[in-house]
Design a binder for this molecule. Structure first.
Ligand SMILES: NC(=O)c1ccc[n+]([C@@H]2O[C@H](COP(=O)([O-])OP(=O)(O)OC[C@H]3O[C@@H](n4cnc5c(N)ncnc54)[C@H](OP(=O)(O)O)[C@@H]3O)[C@@H](O)[C@H]2O)c1
Length: 267
């Protein structure tokens, strides 16, 4: 079974032919971990890219997410089967709850039992959550039991390090996957990150990815540019020292980007 590669290719905002091409490019430069969601509307194109790669299924680690409108008893399972059909896969490596049910319209015990059922039926190797607060993580763990939640996928980048949630999850042995790790491109313009990057003849993006690995955080940046994808996957040339890590730690200014009206009461 494929373990989750440290770095994955995000696919939010990628649609149609562009999604197919970007994921083919990602695979061709070495990405094997792809992050999608029902909401992105591109599972079909991602399935095409996986298929046309000709690589064995086992080489990949594929994540998708159940949208919050599909968390009720009647919609959950059909939506998962639809995702698998579009992806042309028998199982996903990781299935996440994309957002907790807004205002707890659907009780967490309902949709987490369904999530567990997906795993028990072999349709997902691992299960997890996204955008869960600390209290919601505790509730989820009390429903599923310890050791079931593989990851909490949350917004995390140098300007918003989400430390409380990350530490809370780590203490429970729940992984953290950073979404929007480049703050949607903003890291590229930061003077501190540019200065650190220069020391390695690297890019700010590579510095951020090296910093995340140091912190034990998985990252899923997206790119539509093959040169960027190639550079991103080669972040290993950056070996940060304590001082450089601390300078990046100090960039946190609490700048949250993703905050839809259906978001939970953030920590
Ligand atoms: N669970 C959730 O609720 C949630 C929410 C948001 C996102 N996500 C996931 O997280 C993934 C990442 O987030 P994101 O795509 O919004 O933002 P991001 O990864 O922080 O930033 C993407 C931007 O960075 C640019 N970029 C990437 N590599 C670069 C490089 N080497 N040099 C210069 N620019 C570079 C891209 O432009 P180019 O295309 O020009 O390279 C793109 O504009 C999403 O795709 C999605 O899979 C999950």
């Amino acid at each position: 079974m494929q373990t989750m590669p440290q770095l994955g290719a995000g696919t939010y905002r990628l649609e149609g032919d562009e999604a197919r091409r970007a994921v083919c490019d990602a695979i061709s430069v070495g990405f094997r971990h792809i992050d999608t969601a029902q909401f992105y509307g591109n599972e079909e194109q991602i399935g095409d890219a996986i298929k046309t790669s000709g690589l064995p299924r086992d080489d990949f680690f594929i994540t998708t997410k159940v949208w919050h409108e599909n968390l009720d008893q009647g919609s959950f399972m059909p939506s998962v089967h639809e995702s698998l059909n579009k992806l042309k896969l028998d199982y996903v490596d990781l299935l996440l709850i994309h957002w907790p049910s807004p205002n707890q319209q659907i009780p967490m015990s309902t949709y987490l039992s369904l999530l567990k059922q997906v795993k028990d039926e072999g349709l997902a190797r691992h299960i997890g959550v996204s955008n869960f607060t600390m209290a919601q993580i505790d509730e989820a763990e009390s429903i599923l039991g310890a050791g079931e939640i593989f990851t909490n996928q949350i917004e995390l980048h140098p300007f918003f390090q989400n430390r409380q949630v990350a530490e809370h999850c780590k203490a429970k042995n729940i992984g953290i996957t950073a979404y929007m790790p480049f703050a949607v491109g903003k890291v590229m313009k930061d003077e501190t990150l540019k200065a650190v990057a220069e020391q390695f003849d690297a890019t700010p993006a590579q510095v951020v990815l090296a910093w995340m690995e140091e912190k034990g955080i998985n990252a899923i940046p997206s790119s539509t540019n093959k040169d960027h994808l190639k550079a991103n996957i080669e972040y290993g040339k950056v070996k940060l020292n304590k001082d450089q890590i601390q300078r990046i730690d100090e960039l946190d200014n609490g700048e949250r980007i993703v905050d839809p009206e259906f978001a939970p009461n953030w920590d």
